[in-house]
Design a binder for this molecule. Structure first.
Ligand SMILES: Cc1ncc(COP(=O)(O)O)c(C=O)c1O
Length: 355
């Protein structure tokens, strides 16, 4: 695709906008979606905005049989002046490119990814909530669409993006979550897909999350395949605040490198806080809790931004963190990040892109 032309076919039956109190997360979709097609013969073609509608898909499509599916999660925010912005879209595009490389897929070029999303949000702009804490969640998705049976990379792809207005995870104030330390199932293994946002990773995670929820835990703490080191918490990266350092597991192929993780590290460095990326043993967390060295634990991710952890529990032990209260580091980072996203604080890192 040389210069990006996007055709627009508008819906003839726009939906009523949901009220901000009912939004929750991922329940509503906007009126339109963005799509672009790819084939090895034509390259990228037919960038288009259409009504939100079912996709025509060959029942033999690679995505349905061999799981060639990759997605992203990002957000747009409405500022007080009514203008809308994207938070770090290049980060998400870059991560999709890296994932596509691992899954032998063809990623959309940067212009197609970013301009397509911007054009879609312009069409559905009324759906970007203005209420405090609310935002527009963006789900860019890449799937292999060629119909064939035989395990090889698809020669055809669709890149599409759908939008969902969402409310703050912290509607009733940030409440620390209870987390189950998962020692049976693992999320990723060395040499696998863990560092990508492959749909397959989420299929593989459902069993552990479902069992944890039955036990009344919000999510699981994922460990490495030896069950010795800490990797992630649910669909978030994880940070530990010790007396003298703030630690997050280093990215060594099994962990998804989050945009919020990266932003938190940058913010902490700017605040001259001792933030370190290194391997973290589960035993170190337990020892830290016993000695009082462990002050806070929190998850980071696009949906919740910062999610404090109040309790970690395993089959035969549990620890309560910071008296089950939100700690000062979690609070400060939440305020900084949401302040930048909402335009209440200056965009000192140049993370916002105007739509
Ligand atoms: C497995 C996993 N880890 C970490 C994250 C956090 O990534 P980000 O900060 O880019 O949302 C996510 C969410 O996207 C995730 O699904």
């Amino acid at each position: 695709m040389n210069s990006l032309e996007i055709s627009v076919r508008r819906t003839l039956s726009p939906k009523a906008l949901p009220s901000s109190e009912t939004l929750g997360f991922g329940k509503y979709f906007t009126d339109h979606m963005f799509l672009a097609s790819y084939s090895t013969k034509k390259g990228w073609y037919d960038a288009r905005i259409t009504p939100y509608e079912p996709l025509p898909l060959d029942p033999g499509a690679a995505v349905l049989h061999y799981g060639q599916a990759l997605f992203e999660g990002m957000k747009a925010f409405r500022h007080e002046d009514g203008k809308c912005v994207l938070f770090r879209p290049e980060f998400n595009w870059q991560r999709m490119c890296e994932g596509a490389e691992r899954l032998c897929m063809v990623a959309p070029p940067k212009e197609l990814f970013i301009e397509g999303i911007k054009a879609l949000i312009k069409v559905d702009e009324a759906w970007v909530p203005k209420e405090k804490g609310c935002s527009l969640y963006i789900r860019p998705t890449l799937i292999g669409t060629e119909g064939f049976l035989g395990v090889r990379p698809s020669d055809e792809y669709i890149f599409f993006t759908i939008l969902s207005p969402v409310s703050s995870y912290f509607g009733g104030g940030a409440k620390p979550v209870k987390i189950w330390v998962e020692q049976d199932y693992t999320r990723a293994c060395p040499g696998g897909l863990g560092s990508t946002k492959a749909a397959a990773n989420y299929a593989g995670s459902l069993k552990a999350a479902t069992e944890a929820k039955k036990k009344n835990y919000a999510q699981v703490l994922w460990l490495d395949i030896q069950r010795e080191y800490v990797e992630e918490v649910g669909t978030m990266n994880v940070f530990f605040v010790f007396d003298n350092e703030i630690v997050t597991p280093s990215l060594e192929g099994t962990i998804l490198g989050g945009g919020i993780r990266n932003s938190v590290i940058e913010l902490l460095k700017s605040m001259n806080k001792p933030v370190v990326e290194r391997k973290v043993k589960l035993q170190e967390i337990r020892d830290g809790a016993a000695s009082g060295r462990l002050k806070e634990v929190f998850g980071t991710g696009t949906a919740a931004v910062i999610s404090p952890v109040g309790e970690l529990a395993a089959k035969d032990w549990n620890i309560v963190i910071n008296n089950n209260e939100v700690g000062p580091v979690s609070k400060k980072l939440y305020d900084e990040l949401t302040g930048i996203q909402s335009g209440q604080l200056p965009d000192s890192k140049n993370w916002l892109l105007k739509i």
